[in-house]
Design a binder for this molecule. Structure first.
Ligand code: ADP
Length: 931
């Protein structure tokens, strides 16, 4: 327990997995936490210390679950041969061999091959909490070495983290540490809540510019950051320095533990086990400019089901099926998905962060087009990348000293593809860039692949300690050591025959056992006849075992030869790893290119399979889709999906042919297909910017800087806030940030409040988005699709003719049933089909009939103000042409007005008229409209 306490003190913020024989045990608080988190049994050790444990062979699955919950774990292993410890009578030596934090994983067993796993350091540049304050970010994926720097506004931080697979954030702890948790500033606490990620406080001085600069410079061995395109004052530099320091510390804790562990197991710490410099695989920081990407905020990523469906998001499962990414990652039978792990991660990155630069987007489209039109090219590239393993993660494990023999062989086989890939791309102009990159990398990768293939067997062992990685004939010293071992069998057989004959003991046997080594065995009955040079080693039931000086000598020779062989294999293995580490930059370039090709092939294959089209990218804020389909529903419904057109935006020179306005209002009954339509348009725009073709017959898409969505209510996400509040917060953000190049998708705004409030808000919001509230001439407005069940809004088309257009979803009535045609047509919907839909949904017949009657009477009473006055049914009316919005007043007419209308002025005396006026004023000031 003293030893345990010492380790626990070194890792107070981690659960300590303490190896004891076949189990990892946890004690005290840790045991209780693990019991709660994993459901493992809580027991008590002597003296009432709580204890819980997991078998060592299934530890990885428990570790994975803990990490997913954001819990840090330190794994403390036994690093001494138990026999040795027993012999010396001391407590077995242990060391912490792994420190696992959610954002710094590198072990294959703990990572999902198709998901990135990153840690982000945050540096807030203003002491207050202003939304416009700058935040510097440094994001590292330790498992591949990718290192990205950027800065953003404080109010964009959640979105930036959400679209970069950040699993852990580190931040400067606040000065006050009196109360537990007080070191977490409120804005960090809010992030942790919103994103459900793990957070790690770090000393504030790690984020000081001077300290940070120093750790960056010394890590990369440079005197200036200018070579990375960074100035010393860059707002992301403090974060970059802090993240390097953090990762180095985590690695150092592990490295020291493991150096001991390997030193112990091989008797001494051989020089060849000197660790490669930790974090050497970290790539130079890449500074990112947010304006080169299309911004998709976290709300839109979720609402558009880019990475998972809303249903999966609510259930908290990472399920991809049914999402946009799922189209490529879980393709239906017979369709090409992603072939490589790198491709699987990259496609998600491209969809989460599409491009916003025309040239870069068009370059991707050109590649997809080349693959679509040239099947020979597609097949050749496909064949060349088939089977390429996760090169960046393997290369990272090599640098971190965690690679296995199988990793080495897989790396060799993978980079050997460079030649075939270069050949496949040679004559394809669209791939000139990729080809050049592969050609450059090939110079060092080909010899590396050859060296690995020449040295390693085809089917290497899982662990180095098993031996058998290096082919015979590669290394004379290894061969010699192995010969001694393999010759041993023959020598033993000869020795046994010789002894049996010399001493006339036909039952004599020579054997081997792991604990006692080589032995000579005689049946107990013959033990009396054992010659003098036999020394007894072990007594069994019915047999005696002996050793002779000659056999002992042989044993020493064989065992040292075995050790020598293993050590020699280790040396050769590490030399090859070092060689691979030297080619790390070329491995990375190769892997990047393979990943891109893999994604482009997946895009091309989908385009070919479903007849997707290459979009024309325009600098004007336009949007024109012909016969477009929803990419995911098309896959499910096939030909039953009804394609639709969309024309949106303002050309600099509008023409009759192109009557598009920036705002389209879509009306139609529930279930008609309004949401599907607006999502479809957003997904087409997103796909085009990611570099993919789009599901349409023709498409022209103006460069888009942001896609905003406000779709449906999602209570699960916003526990504690009213649905309406959330709706208004999200809408406020859209109205503040949407610019002339943005695309805005709004569904059923104002539904969360009373009809009149909702209608008024929806109207004002639509007006604002159409540019009406700006002083003339109105500036270009975001392209907006506004789906609504408020038919009154359709009046906007006449109100703002150049800026708003009506669309509706066609519906046909047939024998009292409603048939949804899912066709989007110009003009407003004629009436609400709510009651028909209710019938379709199976509402009891009497209720449906009664609702029909009520609708009738409400519509009549609403037209006849003298009648009963329940809440009115909105009907479409034109707003007064003079600009006064009489819309609402019309259907909530005040009772005084009807009284006024009935006055017979011609027959009244002036006095009567005055009395009437007084009474009317009285009514007008004291009565509510419906009183
Ligand atoms: P709304 O938003 O008008 O209530 P939805 O967009 O949710 O309607 O559509 C309801 C259902 O109609 C969807 O689940 C989908 O199956 C079907 N649907 C919508 N649009 C189409 C279409 N263009 N073609 C075929 N089916 C469609």
């Amino acid at each position: 327990m003293r030893q345990y306490d010492a380790f626990k003190r070194q890792h107070p913020d981690c659960l300590l997995f303490f190896r004891m024989g076949d189990f990892y045990e946890l004690f005290d608080e840790d045991a209780v936490r693990a019991h709660k988190a994993l459901g493992i049994t809580l027991t008590q050790r002597t003296e009432g210390i709580p204890m819980a444990g997991v078998p060592y062979h299934s530890a990885e699955s428990y570790l994975r679950r803990l990490i997913q919950m954001g819990i840090r774990v330190a794994v403390c292993d036994q690093v001494q041969d138990p026999r040795e410890a027993r012999a010396s009578g001391s407590v077995i030596e242990r060391a912490v061999t792994r420190v696992l934090t959610p954002g710094t994983l590198v072990d294959e067993t703990l990572l999902d091959e198709s998901a990135s796993n990153t840690v982000a350091a945050l540096c807030f540049h203003d002491a207050g909490d202003a939304p416009a304050g700058r935040v510097g970010l440094a994001i590292v994926e330790l498992s591949t070495g990718a290192f990205t720097l950027l800065d953003c506004r404080a109010d964009q931080l959640t979105d930036e983290l959400a679209r970069r697979s950040v699993c852990e954030i580190i931040f400067a702890e606040a000065a006050t540490t009196s109360a537990p948790g007080a070191s977490t500033p409120p804005r960090v606490a809010r992030l942790v809540d919103a994103l459900a990620i793990s957070s790690t406080p770090r000393p504030a001085w790690h984020f000081r510019p001077a300290e940070a600069l120093e750790s960056l410079r010394s890590h990369f061995g440079v005197s200036s950051l200018a070579g990375f395109g960074l100035t010393d004052e860059d707002p992301a530099v403090p974060a970059a320095g802090a993240v390097i320091r953090y990762l180095s510390e985590v690695q150092a804790l592990e490295q020291s533990g493991r150096a001991t562990s390997e030193g112990m197991s091989s008797g001494s710490a051989p020089a060849f086990l000197a660790r490669p410099r930790s974090l050497a695989h970290l790539r130079p920081p890449r500074r990112e400019d947010a304006s080169t990407f299309l911004t998709l905020d976290a709300v839109s990523l979720r609402a558009l089901e880019v990475e998972r469906t809303l249903r999966a998001a609510r259930a908290g499962t990472p399920q991809l099926e049914g999402s946009l990414a799922g189209l490529f990652l879980c393709p239906p039978k017979g369709a090409r998905g992603l072939r490589t792990s790198m491709g699987k991660r990259l496609v998600q990155e491209w969809l989460r962060r599409p491009l916003a630069e025309r040239a870069a987007i068009e370059a991707r489209h050109a590649c997809v087009a080349a693959f679509v039109s040239d099947t020979a090219l597609r097949d050749a590239v496909d064949a060349a990348i088939e089977g390429v393993q996760d090169v960046p993660r393997i290369a990272a494990r090599m640098t971190l000293g965690r690679a296995t023999p199988r990793d080495l062989a897989a790396l060799g086989r993978s980079v050997a593809r460079a030649a075939a890939l270069a050949a496949a791309l040679r004559d394809a102009p669209s791939f000139a860039h990729a080809h050049a990159s592969i050609e450059r990398a090939r110079q060092s990768l080909e010899p590396l692949a050859r060296a690995i293939a020449d040295a390693c067997v085809d089917d290497p062992p899982a662990h180095l300690r098993e031996g058998g990685l290096i082919r015979p004939g590669v290394d004379p010293a290894l061969d010699e050591a192995r010969t001694i071992r393999s010759d041993s069998g023959r020598w033993l057989a000869d020795y046994q025959a010789r002894l049996a004959q010399e001493h006339d003991l036909p039952s004599l046997k020579v054997g081997f056992n792991k604990i006692f080594g080589f032995f000579i065995e005689l049946p107990a009955a013959q033990s009396r006849r054992a010659p003098a040079q036999f020394t007894r080693r072990q007594t069994l039931k019915g047999a005696e075992r002996y050793i002779t000086p000659e056999l002992k000598q042989h044993e020493d020779k064989v065992l040292t030869a075995e050790d020598r062989a293993l050590q020699r294999e280790q040396q050769l293995f590490l030399a090859l790893c070092a060689r691979a580490a030297q080619a790390a930059a070329d491995c990375a370039a190769f892997a990047d290119t393979v990943a891109e090709l893999d994604v482009l092939l997946a895009f091309a294959s989908r385009a070919a399979r479903r007849g997707w089209t290459r979009p024309a990218i325009s600098d004007e804020p336009v949007l024109c889709l012909r016969q477009a389909r929803h990419p995911v529903l098309e896959e499910i419904l096939g030909d039953r999906f009804v394609p639709n057109d969309c024309t949106l935006g303002q050309r600099e020179q509008p023409s009759d042919e192109n009557p598009a306005a920036p705002l389209a209002l879509i009306t139609g009954p529930n279930m008609a297909g309004k949401s599907t339509y607006i999502r479809m348009v957003a997904l087409c725009v997103l796909l085009a910017h990611a570099g993919s073709f789009v599901p349409a017959h023709a498409a022209t898409i103006g460069i888009t800087d942001r896609i905003f969505t406000r779709i449906g209510a999602d209570d699960a996400l916003h526990a504690g806030q009213s649905t309406f509040m959330v709706e208004m917060i999200e809408t406020a953000s859209i109205l503040h940030h949407a610019g002339p190049r943005s695309l805005v998708i709004l569904d059923e705004i104002g539904r969360g409040t009373s009809t009149l409030d909702g209608l008024s808000l929806a109207w004002a919001i639509a007006e604002h988005l159409a540019g009406h509230t700006a002083a003339p001439p109105a500036p270009p407005q975001p392209r907006t699709l506004f789906a609504t069940h408020y038919h009154e809004l359709t009046a906007l088309e006449e109100w703002l003719p150049a800026r708003a257009r009506n669309l509706h979803v066609a519906v046909r009535e047939w024998e009292g049933q409603v048939i949804f045609l899912h066709r989007i047509l110009p003009g407003r919907a004629s009436r609400s089909y709510g009651i028909h839909v209710a019938r379709l949904a199976g509402l009891p017949k009497p209720v449906v009939t009664r609702a029909g009657e009520l609708l009738q009477s409400l519509t009549v009473s609403h037209q006849d103000p003298a009648g009963p006055q329940p809440a009115p049914t909105p009907t479409a009316r034109r707003p007064a042409p003079d600009g006064q919005l009489s819309l609402f007043r019309e259907f909530i007419e005040h009772p005084a007005v009807s009284e006024l209308k009935q006055l017979e002025l011609d027959t009244m005396t002036p006095l009567q008229a005055f009395d009437a006026l007084r009474s009317l004023r009285q009514r007008a000031t004291t009565t509510e409209p419906h009183a």
